[in-house]
Each structure stands twice: as structure tokens, then as C-alpha cells.
Write a protein that binds this ligand. Sequence first.
Ligand code: PMP
Length: 422
Amino acid sequence: MTTSAEPDTAVFEKLESEVRMYCRTFPVVFERAKGAELRTEEGRTFIDFFCGAGSLNYGHNNEFIKRRLLDYLADDGIMHGLDLYTAAKRSFLTSFNEIVLQPRGLDFKMQFTGPTGTDAVEAALKLARKATGRSGLMAFTGGYHGMSHGSLAVTGSRRARRAGGVSGQDVTFVPYEDGPLGPFDSIGLVERLFADSSSGTELPAAVIVEPMQMEGGVYPASREWLRALRQVTERYGVLLILDEIQSGCGRTGRFFCFEDAGIIPDIVTVSKSISGYGLPLSLTLFRRELDVWAPGEHTGTFRGNQLAFVAATAVCEIWQQPAFRTGLREASEHLARFRAELGALDPALGLRGRGMVLGIDTGRAGGPERAARVQRYAFDHGLIVECCGRQDEVLKVMPPLTIDPALLDAGLGVLRDGLLAA
Ligand code: PMP
């Protein structure tokens, strides 16, 4: 790592809103990036264990995807198409269906929503309400689904909800299977609320859930819990929405995190790494019978970014490459070995995750102050890692799925040293 001049951040501080966030933790000016590494304009390099909050699962400027994008640009491929039929969209629909959905037994229709994750969630909630004729929703404590009005209403964080001015909005919250306050019999409570005609709650249109809570502190739901949730929702005719925006696209080792449980949800939201290049694209997937939309009932100018379609089609092909699948398995094993090593080094740490995500919980091992010190140590030693959880007490380790083993090792080494030093 080389350091030269002080980062030139004055313009951002003067002109950009106080709402800016990540740049406060990582106060440098990024200029270029490749694979698992970021480079600042001052010439510092960082290993990226943050990956745009899960938007860069295939690394920065992935060569395979980039070539497709460059060809498309050079050929004057259509760049904006509302929801017109385009060749780029046809290629994506076909590839995603044949490579991702069909082999997993998922007969889903695809809706392209506005460009960001919260747009896919809004569409999912709206569709669930329209399809069932019910207005209530059920969500889980610790869940995160976005910052627009509907998705915020099903998000747990009091701070985020207050800032958004959302109140009850017909949402019933149930504790997640696990969280900082310990395990909970969520399914028992859901069952009671559904079954009891005097429960004080109407049967909801849908239950929305992350199969692994990411912002909430890296809490994976067990396979049994997800299966039980699928059963109870099915029994009462309540739709099950799986929010795979951060846990999906291979992050937990499989394309969808819910695959592990062998369940078929009614609605799935996908965003972040679906384009694989950091280009904005969001999808709401749902069982064919649920496609009760009338034309134009949910619309928007930027639905289905054409460049993102090109990139996302290339990503489908990446999933067919044996080298990618082997690399993902080996990197996941590498992370699992590191987890075991940390567990032996500091048994007070909570260690959770699956595949290419590891949550290092300092809740009983020094708390948020220690997590912040480790994050700072990592930054000073050339590693970007984010904190999550109620108090930012959990270090969220999310390297690219395609990271080179030597870089993975180097980044994990910095984390280990940081934990020992802090
Ligand atoms: N759902 C989940 C599970 C998320 O992690 C996020 C983003 N962190 C969202 C929804 C919202 O996505 P976006 O920030 O792109 O609106």
C-alpha cells in the first residue's frame, strides 16, 4: 500500500448532502477498480470485502461481462427502451429462465421494476395485496427491505422508520428465528396469529422475509424454519415473499439462498448483483398464477436498463462455467476455515453466515466499539469491510465470489490482525 497526498474531499463536504454515509467510513476518493481491488486517486489500493453492499459479486469490471458491454456499446445497441421489446431483454429473459429458473423448478414470470432494490419490494407488496385482496403484511424484526414508503414499513429499524415517517401501515412484526436477543419460536407465533380469529390481526396478504438477514446482522434462517414458514403460509393462503436482494445471486453459495431449504416462494425480489457489473437492475419474480397485473398498472421510466440486461445475460453464462462454480466452492471453504480459526482464537465472537458471507459479531466480544476499531484497522491496512447489525456490532465480510485465493487470504489476514489488535 502506498500513500501520497491527503484525499481531496472538500467538494463533497461542501456540495453533497449530509445524508451521505459510506464515504464517512472510507474517506478517500476512489477512481478505479479491478476484480477484488479498489484504487484511489491518491494511489492507495484496497481489497474489497464490501462489494457495493452485495452488488459486485463478480468483482469490479469483470472482464467477461465487460467485453459484452463494450461490444454492445460499439454496436449502438439501444440504451433506453422503457418496457419496449428489445433484443437485449429477450436474451436476458431467455438465459435467466433457461439457466437459473428452470433448473431450479421455478416457473416464474418476471417483472422489471424501477432500477433499485426497494422498487422490486414495492412491486412485490403491491402485487401481493392486489392478488389476495388483503392489505395487511407480516414482516420480521431485524429485517431490511429498503427506504421507500412501502418497503420501509416492513423494515425493522426504528431509526430508519422514523426518518421515513412510517407508522404502523398494517404491518405485523414477528421476531426472526434468531437475533441479538436470542432465538425465538417465530413459527409458533405466526401460526397462533393466523389461526386465532381473535388474534387482533387480519390474515395478511403476504409474509416478507430475508432467508438470511444481512443488514440486520447476518442471521441465516435455518432450512427447517424456512420450510415451516412455507408450510404455514401455504396452509392459510398467505403469500410468501423472499427478499433475495442481498442474499441472492450466489452470495450464500447457491444462486438463491432459499434453495437450501428446498422451498418454492410465491414472490422473489432480486437486485444488486443481478447485473453483475454494478449496473442498476431489479426484478420481481412470481408464480405465473399471481400475474394479476393489468397493463401499465405498475410502471416507470427506468425499468430494465438495457446495458444491465447485457451484463446480466453474461452473468447467466458465468453460472454455467465450471471454473466459476469450482472457484465459488473453494472460496467458500476458505472462508469457512477462517471462521473456524477465528472461533478458536476468540470464542466470544459470534460467527454466522454461509457461502461467501461471514458475520463476525462482537456483541459479546467487545461490542460496536471493537467492531469500529477493527473496521478502522482494516481500512488503515488496505481492506474495506462494512459493519451491520442493530448497533453496527457485526463485521460483514463479503468478498467477491470470484476473488483470487491469495487476495482472499491477504484480506482475511488483515481482519485477523485487526481483531487481535482491537
Ligand atoms: N432488501 C434487502 C435485503 C437489501 O439488503 C436492500 C439493500 N441493502 C434492499 C432491499 C434495498 O435495496 P436498494 O438499496 O437497492 O433500494
